[in-house]
Design a protein around this ligand. Structure first.
Ligand SMILES: *Cc1c(COP(=O)(O)O)cnc(C)c1O
Length: 411
């Protein structure tokens, strides 16, 4: 019967195209197109360094007199540590958290010697000498690391700075209360450690009503008299929204600095600092019995137009945002109007059903994937995940534009 030969090929719409400059201008970003935005750009990631700096200042103000650190692990959540760390340093931030030694070395290079850099993954077996050599402070989460760091201090004949991470209920990383008691009882070991911070991490801070928040805080309070410093830290982006009793000496936000709003109990005083756009490669007419994309999951419900854009799962458009109907899956925004993904997200491409738009996009236009109309949270939810994963998945093919004044482009 229907062998495909009867299916008329969809027509490609019009010959209109737009340049990257015009496409950029049409976004109305209040910033001229940067000179290095080349005609061949297939996607643009706009990272607002001024906003990231403002976000840090707003959080620092909120938690005063506690210290506000900045978590810049994973290349500043994918946004580029090379640009983000100096912007935060310029805003006044002097304490940075990274995960690995490579990240710590990069952060040290970018900040000079005045900043404090904590390394969350701690000291890998055999790596104590390398860590001590670069003047970064490891966060020690196991007894074996504590002993390694103590030995290193012994070799160097000077106590070595570090943080101790105690587990209060996340059951992920951290010393158990038994470990803490063992360390507290070992004065020889304690003499070799210059413990600058005791920290723990909350499991359910996004939910202000969750019993675990207070429970973990109580465990933290119980361990505190055993440990050799008054400098404590418990809260990340969400935890700092739980109130002053969670702030202690230092808070450690990451996600909120970049504009993320994961906290369920209200809005953090931050604004979105990242937007992602992909360009339209083709617009075509389609109607029943056409299907769109791999595995033919999207049966075109009526005469419509399909726009294909130059971003896919290799760029961080998570494949689980694929759609079988207009109501499910991901969304893009064109001229302020949301349009649904049509069919499977593929490696380099997403197809959009743009039939409902009065003015369909043209080849070369920029389509919003994350930004003023599509929050990280909304994009994450549409893909069955969280904004954090969206942020840290954004690929290297986007041309990156850093904005570092309120309406200027830094290139
Ligand atoms: C990643 C991380 C943070 C930052 O968390 P956000 O939710 O991004 O603010 C803070 N502390 C620890 C231990 C972390 O692993």
């Amino acid at each position: 019967m229907s062998d495909g030969a009867n299916v008329q090929a969809p027509t490609i719409v019009g010959g209109a195209t737009t340049s990257i400059q015009d496409a950029w201008a049409r976004l109305g970003l209040n910033a001229g197109a940067p000179s290095d935005l080349t005609a061949s750009a297939t996607g643009v990631l706009v990272i607002n360094l001024a906003q990231i700096a403002d976000n840090w200042r707003a959080l620092a103000e909120l938690v005063k007199p506690s210290v506000c650190a900045a978590v810049v692990k994973a290349d500043a959540y994918g946004l580029g540590a090379q640009r983000v760390i100096p912007a935060l340093y310029g805003a006044g931030c002097r304490v940075f958290f990274v995960a690995t030694l490579d990240e710590a070395i990069e952060a040290r290079t970018l900040t000079g010697e005045k900043a404090t850099i904590f390394m969350l993954d701690g000291v890998m077996p055999g790596a104590a000498k390398d860590v001590a050599a670069v003047n970064v402070w490891p966060v020690l989460s196991t007894l074996s690391e504590v002993h390694d760091w103590g030995h290193q201090a012994g070799d160097r004949k000077t106590p070595l700075p570090c943080a101790l991470h105690v587990d209060t209920g996340l059951t992920r990383l951290g010393l158990t209360s038994l470990d803490v008691r063992e360390i507290a009882a070992n004065s020889h070991l304690l003499d070799r450690l210059d413990v600058r911070l005791i920290m723990s991490h909350l499991a359910c801070a996004d939910d202000p009503h969750h019993f675990k928040n207070e429970q973990q805080r109580e465990v933290f309070e119980d361990l505190r008299p055993l440990l050799p410093t008054k400098a404590l830290s418990l809260a990340a982006s969400d935890g700092l929204m739980l109130g002053r009793q969670f702030h202690y000496a230092m808070v450690r936000p990451g996600y909120a600095l970049y504009g993320g709003q994961a906290f369920q109990g209200g809005l953090a005083p931050v604004a979105t600092a990242v937007s992602a756009y992909a360009r339209v490669l083709q617009v075509r007419e389609a109607g029943p019995p056409h299907t769109v994309g791999y595995s033919a999951t999207y049966a075109v419900p009526e005469k419509t137009k399909i726009a294909t854009i130059a971003a896919g799962y290799a760029d961080g458009v998570i494949r689980s945002a694929s759609s079988t109907m207009r109501e499910d899956g991901g969304r893009a925004v064109i001229n302020g109007e949301a349009v649904p993904f049509a069919g499977r997200v593929s490696m380099d491409l997403v197809t959009l059903d743009v039939g409902m738009l009065e003015t369909p996009p043209v080849r070369g236009d920029l389509v919003e994937l994350i930004g003023p109309n599509l929050s990280l949270e909304a994009v994450g939810a549409a893909a069955g995940t969280i904004g954090y994963e969206i942020l840290t998945s954004l690929g290297r093919r986007f041309h990156r534009v850093y904005v570092d004044t309120d309406n200027g482009v830094a290139g």
